[in-house]
Design a protein around this ligand. Structure first.
Ligand code: GDP
Length: 296
């Protein structure tokens, strides 16, 4: 189920409940089951959905609601709050400051949109007057450096990488050092991915992180990966200190539920979303407007 449909299904469930003459336990349960079904079909993790359902039932205690209370509004508000809660881990991520050097490391599986997102992130800040730089520490995929170089050149962002060197840790450290000397305030380290989760990949991420000491690690996730989102995000979180999530390809036919699961798995907020292949198809992510839009 794509995001717009998810929102539509939840809104419909709430509307159906509102149409009932009396909102009793049965009507509430039907509504919550309908919402849960929609969330599951959108690849939100089963446990999250169950927890959400339970929380709403706890908040909306129909017996205690005196006559005259607007049950419909209370339930709607509870659904809204619970969806926000899933997407808001409660603490903001580290935010780099303009003019002060920060190292930001990107992690994620191959194909997630990591390299594209690194450039988008750099470009976004460059437009706001920052001095970003890109380091390609992906020595695994042939062509990774060329791709980053092309993107960086197009955006006129300094970059560092090597065709010869095979040690990603060495390149990452050299790149970070160089751009620190050049007084860049946002040093972005693009790392390698693999087609699947492999021990070697996580070990490499751990080493690059240990050597470059990033201020922030961003996990990049393709919004269409579905139920795999939770495990994938958690696996990365276990090897490096993921502090934020960027969800890509939100323009496609993605099931947006993966985003909710990734937040839950990493206990880190989504900070941006990718909405296309172009450099400027990149949006700041805000929970409340997102959920409002979702619920229409
Ligand atoms: P990496 O292997 O993780 O570095 O992934 P890439 O950055 O090479 O991206 C893989 C593919 O996804 C490329 O064709 C990108 O153009 C595409 N892509 C990345 N982000 C987005 C996005 O937000 N929307 C769309 N539609 N495509 C994207």
């Amino acid at each position: 189920m794509v995001l717009a449909q998810l929102g539509g299904s939840i809104s419909r469930a709430l509307q159906q409940m509102s149409n009932a003459t009396i909102i009793d336990e049965k009507v509430l349960n039907e509504c919550l089951n309908e919402i849960s079904r929609a969330l599951l079909q959108s690849d939100v993790q089963f446990k999250l959905v169950k927890d959400m359902q339970m929380n709403i039932k706890k908040i909306v205690n129909l017996d205690d609601l005196a006559a005259g209370h607007n049950k419909r509004r209370i339930i709607q508000q509870a659904v809204f709050n619970e969806l926000c809660k899933i997407l808001d881990p409660g603490k903001p991520s580290f935010t780099p400051k303009k003019g002060k050097t920060s190292v930001v490391m990107f992690v994620g599986l191959q194909g997630s949109g990591k390299t594209t997102t690194c450039t988008k992130y750099a470009y976004y800040h460059q437009k706001k007057g920052w001095k970003p730089a890109l380091v390609c520490a992906d020595t695994f995929r042939a062509g990774a450096f060329d791709q980053l170089k092309q993107n960086a050149t197009k955006a006129k962002i300094p970059f560092y990488g090597s065709y010869m060197e095979s040690d990603p840790v060495k390149i990452a450290v050299e790149g970070v050092e160089r751009f620190k000397k050049e007084n860049c305030d946002l040093i972005i380290v693009d790392t390698s991915g693999r087609h699947k989760q492999e021990a070697a990949l996580f070990e490499e991420m751990r080493q690059v992180s240990e050597a470059t000491k990033p201020d922030l690690v961003i996990f990049v996730m393709d919004s269409s990966i579905g139920q795999a989102a939770f495990d994938q995000a958690q696996a990365f979180k276990q090897s490096v200190a993921v502090g934020a999530v960027i969800v890509t390809k939100m323009d496609g036919h993605a099931k947006g539920g993966g985003a909710l699961s990734a937040v839950a798995a990493t206990k880190s907020p989504v900070i941006f979303i990718g909405t296309g292949e172009h450099m400027d198809e990149f949006e700041v992510f805000d929970v409340k407007p997102f959920v409002s839009r979702l619920l229409g």
